[in-house]
Write a protein that binds this ligand. Structure first.
Ligand SMILES: *Cc1c(COP(=O)(O)O)cnc(C)c1O
Length: 475
């Protein structure tokens, strides 16, 4: 399998190459040359596999340049019981009214980013070791991505992580998770300013090719295709577990729907991949918070990304995104996988700030099965409260956005999954406000709150950042 750019300006590359490179050199996003497909019997053959075995079988369709044995080992390590202590790695939890949570937050940082990042940690380290190379990952985080990346790479000798976070903008729990790490290859940098300032410095570094090359700078942000492919695995897992108790005949006509709390369109894009690969997903429902650019797109066909100044800070902060980079991969598909059309449309977006794709609305809804909805602060408070009262299950605010929107799209006889993207313990304050009880914090994590913190404070100054990286990068 080879990988190409949505904008057509990239020599086809291998999976290992795109893992390390991230962005395509022409500014586009990397996509598989064609989408692999499994028929009904091939998917049936996956039924008895454990989660890590299933991951290896799905990922080998993408990572054709990594030997199968090796890929199996990487997946066993990524999805080990040390990383994911819950039986089966991804549990299904019914919460009534035809809704079932798909538990993606059983990993070390209690958010679904671990599902992809743990695989990336294993796979990137493997490729670097093979090539005798090393990588200095520079990223910016306002919460979950930073900790997932640090936990995935903390024990990888060929990788160092430099993670910028806006000073004072993360929750005490998120800070404790990241700053308590003691590995010398993990660098937490608390920068003055807001997330967008950090993001702007990263962009400047990423386009300074000389600096990038000299210090082997890489990224593991949500446009990394390795993350999307690793995330497609749990849609297969969900289908298999939902149909375990059914007869063959029932399985052949089975369909289910999924609601995905969305920000950068990475998680739900993985669902679209799984659907294209043969998983019978009827509706892919996108749940947005107050920053509902994508809800508008899927309702009207108008895509109008907003400036970061117009992005609201909400009580489901990991979804506070107004320019979802991964959407380019789906629009590429929508335009018939034609890089010229995609480039023309993206030029129009750059020139005018918006796109009108309403002529494709029928395809959006009927060919690809997308639907969408918005959940606001009051909705998530109410949802956390009534799910707790009726089932005893506590939801985090992002998953609550998912449940709120899922309820608006349930169809009789079609099971509806809601992806649980974080544990309530990560957002204890709002959960307590909504449900009247505090979520349980695992003892090991509670200890982190008191651990010494390792963080470098830095002015909002790109030269200081460059100097720090130059001095501390692996070389
Ligand atoms: C990252 C994140 C999301 C959004 O996922 P995307 O892949 O960016 O759409 C939702 N909820 C939580 C808790 C997250 O960490």
């Amino acid at each position: 399998m080879q990988y190409v750019s949505t904008r057509g300006g990239m020599t086809p590359a291998s999976f290992s190459d795109v893992l390390i490179e991230g962005l395509a050199p022409d500014g586009g996003l990397v996509v598989p040359e064609r989408m692999p497909h499994l028929d009904f019997d091939e998917i049936e053959n996956l039924r008895k596999l454990t989660y890590p075995q299933l991951a290896a079988q799905i990922l080998r369709l993408f990572a054709t340049d990594i030997p199968r044995e090796t890929l199996s080992e990487l997946c066993e390590r990524a999805y080990s019981s040390a990383n994911f202590p819950t039986e089966g790695v991804v549990p299904l939890k019914p919460i009534g009214d035809d809704l079932t949570l798909l538990g993606l937050s059983e990993g070390p940082t209690l958010a679904f980013k671990d599902m992809a990042m743990q695989f990336l940690g294993q796979a990137i380290e493997h490729v670097l070791e093979q090539r005798g190379e090393h990588l200095n990952i520079v990223g910016a985080t306002s919460g979950d991505t930073g900790s997932a990346a640090e936990y995935a790479f903390r024990d990888k000798p060929n990788v160092a992580v430099f993670m910028l976070s806006p000073q004072g903008r993360m929750s005490p729990f998120q800070r404790a998770q990241m700053y308590s790490l003691t590995e010398p290859t993990i660098h937490n940098i608390a920068m003055e300013g807001v997330f967008d300032d950090a993001q702007a410095h990263l962009k400047a570094l990423a386009t300074d090719l000389e600096f990038k090359k000299r210090h082997s700078i890489g990224a593991v942000n949500s446009i990394n295709l390795g993350r999307v492919t690793a995330q497609s695995v749990y849609y297969f897992w969900a289908y298999l577990r939902l149909t375990d108790a059914l007869s063959d005949d029932q399985r052949e006509s089975f369909e289910f729907s999924v609601t995905v709390p969305s920000g950068n369109f990475g998680n739900i894009l993985a669902g679209h991949f799984a659907q294209q690969m043969g998983v019978p997903i009827r509706r892919l429902v996108l749940a947005a918070n107050e920053n509902n650019v994508l809800d508008e797109f899927f309702r009207t066909g108008a895509y109008r990304p907003r400036a970061s100044a117009e992005t609201h800070a909400t009580s489901s902060p990991s979804m506070d995104i107004s320019r979802a980079s991964n959407i380019e991969r789906f629009i590429f598909e929508l335009l018939g996988r034609d890089p010229e059309k995609l480039s023309a449309v993206w030029k129009q977006l750059d020139d005018t700030g918006e796109l009108d794709l309403s002529e494709h609305l029928d395809d959006l809804h009927n060919k690809y099965g997308f639907a969408s909805g918005t959940s606001r602060h009051d909705d998530r408070i109410a949802t956390i409260g009534d799910v707790y009262r009726s089932t005893g299950v506590l939801l985090d605010p992002h998953t609550a956005d998912g449940v709120k929107v899922a309820r608006e799209h349930v169809e009789a006889g079609v099971p509806m999954l809601v992806l649980e993207t974080a544990k309530p313990a990560k957002f204890a304050e709002i959960v307590r406000e909504a449900a009247g009880v505090a979520p349980e914090v695992p003892a090991e994590l509670a200890k982190l709150l008191d651990a010494p913190q390792h963080v470098v404070k830095m002015a909002n100054d790109e030269e200081a950042l460059r100097a720090y990286i130059a001095e501390n990068a692996l070389s």
